[in-house]
Design a binder for this molecule. Structure first.
Ligand SMILES: NC(=O)C[C@H](N)C(=O)O
Length: 324
């Protein structure tokens, strides 16, 4: 018998549609009763740790989830499922991936339709996630996201659609595997994993998206707030309007780490272009290219790196290497 801990944190998976047509939090989580799920050889324990719509999720709440998982792992649990709202699911999943030592399977899931809507996907996703968490093949794969039969790496998975049940995708590498009709099948191995121990999380790490016609004002406003770090979702392969550069330089002059990713849905940020504001100039200024992560995930990584005390060159290397 495998023992799986289900840590519920809120989100649509634990919500219902009310008479006015709005989706609201439930007093009682519909997933608390696991009878009828048809799980064989798996015992599920439940912890209602949080009840947050995921736009209310914070890095300190993520730390609380991480600590609860480590406590359960130390007490001998075989695997953990975290249920979570989908809006920020990818951030929590990647935070856990970076801060947990990868000793037991940890699987994050959620739902796009609330528990009493027609075609509700929560119970199916939950059952699938429990099956993956209990599977021997899920060992050493880092934190996983299971959604709509897909198994994804927390490092790359992202929410791609506002309402579709097939919303979670890995735009670069696709799925790691599938789970369907009680069968858990992995088709790819995880290449390396990162683990950084932290006991607190820093605040003041900002994320800014570049746009056509952007000027330096947003960067100066962030600078005035005394930031700990800034992630820029730059254009294309990693370029910015040249007029923003003096303001970005003012951040760098204050020793604020500035990390660059691409605002593109897929691909890598790389210093390719040599025109003013092009990636080559940005890199020579000291902006760190974080090749493979999207903006919200790069921000999570920067928070984790700063929270464990990295700075200067060590922090830059940590951010530049997707698998350091
Ligand atoms: N499908 C969902 O869970 C979306 C919801 N707004 C949340 O993230 O809490």
């Amino acid at each position: 018998m495998k023992k799986i801990l289900a840590i519920h944190t809120g989100g649509t998976i634990s919500m219902s549609l009310n008479d006015q047509g709005g989706v609201v939090q439930n007093e009682q989580n519909p997933l608390d009763n696991n009878e009828g799920l048809g799980l064989t050889g798996i015992e599920v324990e439940t912890d209602e740790l949080l009840n947050l719509p995921s736009p209310h999720m914070t890095p300190s709440a993520m730390l609380k989830i991480k600590n609860r998982i480590q406590q359960a792992a130390a007490a001998g649990i075989d695997g953990v499922v975290v249920t979570h709202g989908t809006d920020t699911l990818e951030e929590t999943a990647y935070f856990l991936d970076l801060t947990l030592p990868n000793t037991i399977p940890v699987v994050v899931t959620g739902a796009m339709r609330s528990s009493n809507e027609i075609g509700a996907d929560g119970v199916f996703n939950f059952k699938s996630a429990v099956e993956v968490a209990a599977a021997d093949a899920a060992q050493n794969k880092g934190v996983l996201v299971v959604f709509n039969t897909g198994i994804y790496s927390a490092r790359y998975v992202t929410k791609t659609h506002t309402t579709s049940v097939d919303t979670f995708k890995d735009p670069i590498y696709g799925t790691l595997g599938t789970v369907d009709h009680d069968q858990v099948i992995f088709a790819q191995q995880l290449i390396g994993s990162e683990y950084t121990e932290i006991d607190h999380v820093v605040e003041g790490v900002y994320l800014v998206k570049a746009y056509a016609g952007m000027t330096g004002e947003l960067f100066d406003a962030i600078n005035a707030a005394k930031p700990r770090g800034v992630v820029i979702e730059a254009m294309g392969a990693g370029n910015l309007p040249a007029v923003t550069l003096p303001a970005v330089q003012r951040l760098l002059d204050q020793q604020v780490p500035v990390v660059l990713v691409s605002r593109c849905f897929s691909g890598y940020a790389q210093p390719i272009y040599a025109y003013p504001g092009g990636g080559i100039e940005l890199q020579s200024m000291g902006i760190v290219f974080c090749e493979q992560l999207n903006g919200p995930k790069a921000r999570m990584k920067l928070i984790v790196g700063l929270s464990c005390g990295k700075s200067g060159r060590t922090l830059a290397e940590y951010m530049a290497n997707a698998l350091s």
